[in-house]
Design a protein around this ligand. Structure first.
Ligand SMILES: [Zn+2]
Length: 153
């Protein structure tokens, strides 16, 4: 099995490395005041991954990522996780300008970030349309958007 082994070195910095052990990991003395151990698996960007010993350098790689892995690594030590679908659909609201018959569009992307197509927003990353935006939302959304706006300032 592969393990991610983290300890605090004498300079007070955390150091991590991947180690292999047959069965449970036994830890010797002299690793400093903090030791963290967790089961480790290599993450591939492809659901069709594999481990492969390169004829060029004799090292083992996770493919198709071409990440060098420990020689003991097997396919069981690798995994693929499908990217998460965005939880929210992008939304948009139209605002009629007070001074002209222009219409501005405030959009909220899947990350919850707001943007507007007016010059004020383009120049300063904030505008009255984005500020007005929470009025059009449900209360629980208002609180969340308000927090997002606060964080941006
Ligand atoms: Zn605007």
């Amino acid at each position: 099995m592969l393990w991610k082994f983290t300890n605090l070195n004498k300079h007070g910095q955390l150091r991590s490395r991947i180690v292999y052990s047959e069965g449970a990991l036994t830890i010797g003395q002299g690793f400093g005041p903090f030791i963290g151990v967790s089961r480790f698996r290599y993450q591939s960007r492809s659901p069709y991954h594999g481990v492969f010993i390169s004829p060029v350098d004799g090292k083992k790689y996770l493919t198709p990522d071409w990440v060098e892995v420990l020689p003991e690594t097997t396919i069981k030590d690798c995994y693929y996780e499908a990217p998460e679908e965005p939880k929210e659909k992008p939304q948009k609201w139209n605002f009629k300008s007070d001074s002209s018959d222009k219409e501005y569009v405030v959009r909220r992307n899947a990350m919850g970030n707001l943007s507007c197509n007016c010059w004020g927003f383009i120049a300063h990353k904030k505008c009255k349309h984005v500020k007005k935006f929470p009025e059009k939302l449900e209360t629980k959304d208002k609180v969340r958007i308000f927090n997002l706006l606060i964080r941006k300032k």
